[in-house]
Design a protein around this ligand. Structure first.
Ligand code: CP
Ligand code: NVA
Length: 309
């Protein structure tokens, strides 16, 4: 069975460690792995806008010896004129992997079910698992280990980043806490999955409406935009609800004294984060952005090897 990466818990704890170990090796030696030598092609589809994901996959695929074929939804038949299933069957005859940023998670599931090449979620409405590999790599670089570290995500608890923090941090054996308004709490089934995974890995999960309870003594404070792609028409109501969930110096002060700040970017200063935090000494957001490249190269190399064996 082909291995895909559609959500964070598609990797077990030991597999997640293997990918992160390889990412660190590739960061030190960028051309260590060349599984796409040929060159083989990887299709990278975008139904939503992107800077980091587009660039990091393009550069990473080239570093691995391959050719990135970046396709915007407006230029392709996918989804509109042609079904996902038919697209999947055509693509597998020409490309070595499919990377897709889209809206519904079900589209990714359908693509994965219909093809023998690995499918990678480059962000959906529900998850952003490639971002979490980069985030965990950044935490590991700063603290050496992930197990037993605590991460507090404050803001929109119902979005893709919150869901991915829950699953990926639980897999890593971390203590993950979500602080979000009552109307924007994470999906119950994802919280349940995260609790089960955390209990096996030695971590824990806390979901609260109190941002300070989430942030107390945390090693990592993370946030994301209050208005995700596709939610632009809800901006006014969201800004009103999330007002108390911004990351500022006061919130950072309740975290551990050596806490780091993460944000997947793009960031909106004055909304979910103050400039004093994201541009201050605790912020590691530029390392985090760079780590997208190393983490995704490791993921692709790992998936290609798994699927070859
Ligand atoms: N963090 C992230 O995925 O950025 P882009 O939307 O620019 O790809
Ligand atoms: N939650 C954000 C993440 C952007 C990288 C969105 O989906 O727009």
């Amino acid at each position: 069975m082909t291995r895909h990466f559609l959500r964070d818990d598609d990797l077990t704890a030991s597999e997640q460690r293997e990918v992160l170990d390889l990412a660190l090796r590739l960061k030190a030696e960028p051309y260590l792995e060349r599984p796409l030598t040929g060159p083989q092609t990887v299709a990278v589809f975008f139904d939503k806008t992107s800077t980091r994901t587009r660039v990091s996959f393009s550069v990473g695929i080239a570093d691995l010896g391959g050719v990135p074929l970046v396709i915007s939804s407006s230029d392709s038949q996918l989804g509109g004129k042609e079904s996902v299933a038919d697209t999947a069957r055509v693509l597998e005859r020409m490309v070595s992997a499919i990377v897709w940023r889209t809206f519904a998670q079900s589209g990714l599931e359908e693509m994965a079910a219909g093809t023998v090449v690995p499918v990678v979620n480059a962000l959906s409405d529900d998850f952003h698992p490639c971002q979490l590999l980069a985030d965990l790599l950044t935490v590991r670089e700063r603290f050496g280990t992930l197990t037993d570290r605590s991460l507090a995500y404050v803001g929109d608890g119902a979005n893709n980043m919150a869901h991915s923090y829950l699953l990926a941090c639980a897999t890593a054996g971390m203590h993950v806490r979500i602080g979000s308004p009552a109307a924007y709490q994470p999906r119950a089934d994802i919280v349940e999955d995260a609790r089960r995974i955390a209990s096996e890995a030695g971590g824990s999960v806390l979901v609260t409406t109190d941002p300070k309870e989430a942030a107390a003594d945390a090693n990592v404070i993370a946030t994301d935009t209050w208005v995700s792609m596709g939610q632009e028409s809800e901006k006014a109501e969201r800004v009103a609800v999330f007002g108390d969930y911004g990351v500022d110096d006061e919130l950072m002060a309740v975290a551990s004294s050596d806490a780091i700040f993460l944000h997947c970017l793009p960031a909106y200063r004055g909304y979910e984060v103050e400039a004093t935090v994201i541009d201050g000494p605790s912020s590691v957001v530029w390392d985090e952005a760079e780590n997208r490249l190393h983490a995704q190269k490791a993921l692709l190399a790992w998936l290609l090897e798994k699927n070859a064996s």
